[in-house]
Write a protein that binds this ligand. Structure first.
Ligand code: PMP
Length: 285
């Protein structure tokens, strides 16, 4: 079955779907995106993803190309046309097409909208989680506005590849003070010897992950202590457990950091439990 993408008003075969070479997303990475998990053909935590999308757009002064409700209809339609039961839907909005010039184009230029969806292997994802993943640490080198879900991801691309080159799955950024900020495409968490779950505050240095926000509610419901504070790479190395969160991975246990085992070197009980509990709490629509 050929895959279908939505591009500026049309549902097109992926092989034919294309954007203008003067699209500002292509020229300047001048755009934002969202990734939403699909379970049972339905969208996970969609309202929160749309709220974050709105915020990213407004921070970059890109106008909303269509009402949120219409955007949601398009996303569902792309999921339906691609017959995705488990996977992700990807939405990208750029500042539109205009003659290349750094400053914003005329207000009449319409933002470009692209939506794609892709099936993932649930079994493969579960198998990865059962084994746990390795992460490496890299120096933080991104701009300070990582709270905006911008498509400008070059440092993230390089960090992810550095991880793969070293046989790892994710890279954790470490800031000049030694604190872990987040992963190249995930939020970073540790569990202390006392059983507290620790993650950096979303005030600075990280994208405010939707999975992270839902997980905080789960911790409260399960009466697991949360410490929202920065932690160093040195503290992470000594942690009882570690894990990452993202819409496509949900809770993914980390079993090694920079080739050194975390805890017993296998997925920890709290990480595993949180992964299992996640979809009892997430909003599926
Ligand atoms: N941080 C970064 C840099 C990311 O790319 C992602 C994934 N989009 C996350 C955190 C996790 O966010 P979410 O839980 O909303 O997928």
């Amino acid at each position: 079955m050929s895959r279908i993408a939505y591009v500026n008003g049309l549902y097109q075969n992926m092989r034919e779907a294309c954007v203008n070479i003067e699209d500002r997303g292509y020229q300047f990475s001048d755009g934002v995106y969202e990734v939403c998990e699909i379970r049972g053909g339905r969208l996970v935590d969609m309202p929160r993803h749309l709220a974050r999308l709105q915020r990213s757009l407004s921070e970059l002064r890109i106008s909303m190309p269509m009402p949120l409700a219409a955007l949601e209809v398009v996303m569902r339609e792309v999921v339906r046309r691609n017959r995705v039961r488990y996977g992700i839907v990807y939405l990208q909005i750029t500042r539109g097409v205009a003659r290349r010039d750094h400053g914003f184009p005329a207000a009449t230029v319409r933002p470009s909208v692209v939506v794609t969806a892709r099936s993932l292997s649930f079994a493969k994802n579960q198998a990865t989680a059962a084994k746990g993943i390795a992460v490496i640490t890299v120096a933080e080198n991104r701009w300070p506005r990582v709270d905006i879900k911008s498509v400008s991801l070059l440092p993230n691309v390089l960090a992810k590849q550095a991880a793969r080159d070293r046989g790892a799955y994710e890279a954790w950024y470490v800031d000049p003070q030694g604190y872990v900020t987040e992963g190249s495409s995930s939020n970073a968490w540790i569990v202390t010897a006392q059983g507290s779950v620790v993650t950096r505050s979303a005030e600075s240095g990280i994208l405010s992950g939707i999975t992270r926000a839902v997980l905080m509610e789960i911790l409260a419901a399960l009466q697991i202590k949360l410490e929202e504070r920065p932690f160093t790479a040195a503290e992470a190395a000594q942690a009882a457990e570690a894990f990452v969160t993202s819409a496509s991975q949900i809770v993914m246990p980390v079993v090694a950091i920079d080739s050194r085992p975390i805890g017993d070197g296998v997925p920890g009980p709290i990480s595993q439990r949180l992964r299992e509990e996640f979809h009892r709490f997430s909003a599926i629509s």
